[in-house]
Design a protein around this ligand. Structure first.
Ligand SMILES: [Cu+2]
Length: 123
């Protein structure tokens, strides 16, 4: 009985330590401006790519407002890395223009003009 209790204590301490360890890497939230993403296909593509990144907890694209809400661990990835991923998928991310190679692979309906062209036209 005594041994079992000691084991339980040990387990509790271990779980406590793990919880503490997780708490130390703070999750950050960022809104990435994705001006060239126009439809649900674009949203899915970005969510899949960014969601698969190491260190990213959650990504949700708000297509109407051209924003990607990203929650990530700053110790394991960075906003710059997320912007690069979005760019490689074929969309502009904040000030980073879409990567031409990624953009070339997009379906025709999603090619609204690289960088800010489309946005400028709308203004
Ligand atoms: Cu699209």
């Amino acid at each position: 009985m005594k041994l079992k209790a000691a084991r339980m204590m040990g387990l509790t301490a271990l779980v406590g330590l793990l919880a503490l360890g997780c708490g130390q890497t703070k999750a950050e939230t960022a809104d990435v401006s994705i001006n060239t993403a126009v439809c649900n296909l674009c949203a899915n593509r970005i969510e899949t790519a960014v969601g698969a990144m190491e260190g990213v907890n959650k990504v949700q694209v708000d297509i109407e407002n051209h924003l990607a809400h990203v929650t990530f661990h700053s110790a394991r990835t960075s906003l710059a890395a997320i912007e690069t991923m979005i760019s490689e998928v074929g969309y502009s991310a904040n000030d980073k223009p879409a990567d031409p190679m990624g953009y070339a692979k997009l379906p025709g309906c999603c090619k609204v003009g690289r960088g800010q062209e489309k946005v400028n036209m709308e203004l």
